[in-house]
Design a protein around this ligand. Structure first.
Ligand code: ADP
Ligand code: MG
Length: 259
C-alpha cells in the first residue's frame, strides 16, 4: 500500500462510521403479507428519530428488525458497521449495542428490580457482580428510583416499571436505544415521568429510535420524524416542517386525527 492509500482509507471509514444505522431497501413478509416495503433509513450517531403512523403500519416490525427480533427477507441492515445477517456472531454483536424498551415493560416478575438490571450485564457482558450492581444502582438513580431496587416489578406503578425497563437496558451500555410505544400502556399521570427520562437520555447524546404518538416529545427532542403507513415510509422531515407543513395527504390526515 502506498502512502496515499494510507491517508485516504481512514477518511472514508470515518464518513461511513457516522451512520450508526443503515437500512437499505428493507423488505419483510409475514407469509404472503408484505409488511415492510422497501424502507430506507440512515441514522447518525446521536440522532433522535421518532416514528409514527397508524396501528398496523409496520412500526414495531421495523424497529424489531433492527435488533433481529424479526428477520427480514430482502435488503440490508448495518448497525455500527456490522451487517445484520443470519450469522449468530453478528446478531449477538448488534444486540449488545442495541437496547430496547417495549410497551409492556417485559420485566421478569419473579426478580427484584436490581436483579432485573443485573441479568444481562452478568450473563451476556460477563461483568463481575459487584461492578454490575454499581452500574445498576447508577442507572436506577438516573431514572430516579434507586429506593425501589429491592422491590419486585408488581409492587411498582406502571411508570416506575417502565423506568426500570429503561435503566435495565442502559445497564448494557448500548449505543442505540429502540423504544416501542413506551408510554402507550401507561395512565396519563405516569406518561410524563417516563418521557422526562427519555428527554434526559436524548440530551445525553444517545442515538434513539422511538415509536411514539407523543407529539410533544417528538417536537421537543426529535431530529427527524418519520411517518409510516401500509409498511412504507410515506414522509419524513424535521419536526418543524413535518408538523407545520406536511406534504403528503396521508400524513395530514393522520396528524389531524391525533393532534
Ligand atoms: P404497528 O406497530 O405499526 O402497529 P406492526 O409492526 O405491529 O404494526 O404490524 C404490522 C402488520 O403486520 C399488522 O398488520 C400486523 O397484524 C402484522 N403482523 C405483526 N406481527 C405479525 C406476525 N408475527 N405474524 C403475522 N402478521 C404480523
Ligand atoms: Mg406497534
Amino acid at each position: 500500500m502506498n502512502s496515499e492509500e494510507h491517508i485516504i482509507a481512514p477518511v472514508e471509514s470515518a464518513a461511513a462510521d457516522e451512520d450508526i444505522i443503515i437500512v437499505r431497501d428493507l423488505n419483510k413478509w409475514f407469509g404472503q403479507f408484505h409488511v415492510l416495503k422497501s424502507l430506507n433509513l440512515n441514522v447518525k450517531k446521536g440522532e433522535r428519530i421518532v416514528i409514527c403512523g397508524p396501528s398496523g403500519s409496520g412500526k414495531s416490525t421495523f424497529i424489531r428488525c433492527i435488533n433481529h427480533l424479526e428477520a427480514h427477507q430482502r435488503g440490508e441492515i448495518i448497525v455500527d458497521g456490522v451487517v445484520l445477517n443470519e450469522d449468530l456472531k453478528n446478531i449477538e454483536a448488534i444486540r449488545r449495542e442495541v437496547g430496547m424498551v417495549f410497551q409492556h415493560f417485559n420485566l421478569f416478575p419473579h426478580l427484584s428490580v436490581l436483579e432485573n438490571c443485573l441479568l444481562a450485564p452478568i450473563w451476556v457482558r460477563k461483568t463481575p457482580r459487584k461492578e454490575a450492581i454499581e452500574i445498576a444502582m447508577e442507572y436506577l438513580e438516573r431514572v430516579k428510583i434507586p429506593e425501589q431496587a429491592h422491590k419486585y416489578p408488581g409492587q411498582l406503578s406502571g411508570g416506575q416499571q417502565q423506568r426500570v425497563a429503561i435503566a435495565r437496558s442502559l445497564c448494557m451500555k448500548p449505543k442505540i436505544m429502540l423504544f416501542d410505544e413506551p408510554t402507550s400502556a401507561l395512565d396519563p399521570e405516569m406518561i410524563k415521568e417516563v418521557l422526562d427520562v427519555m428527554i434526559e437520555l436524548a440530551g445525553s447524546g444517545m442515538t434513539m429510535l422511538c415509536v411514539t404518538h407523543e407529539m410533544g416529545f417528538a417536537k421537543t427532542v426529535a431530529d427527524r420524524v418519520i411517518f409510516m403507513d401500509g409498511g412504507e415510509c410515506v414522509e419524513e422531515g424535521p419536526p418543524q416542517s413535518f408538523f407545520n407543513n406536511p406534504q403528503q395527504p396521508r400524513t395530514r390526515e393522520f396528524l389531524d386525527q391525533i393532534l
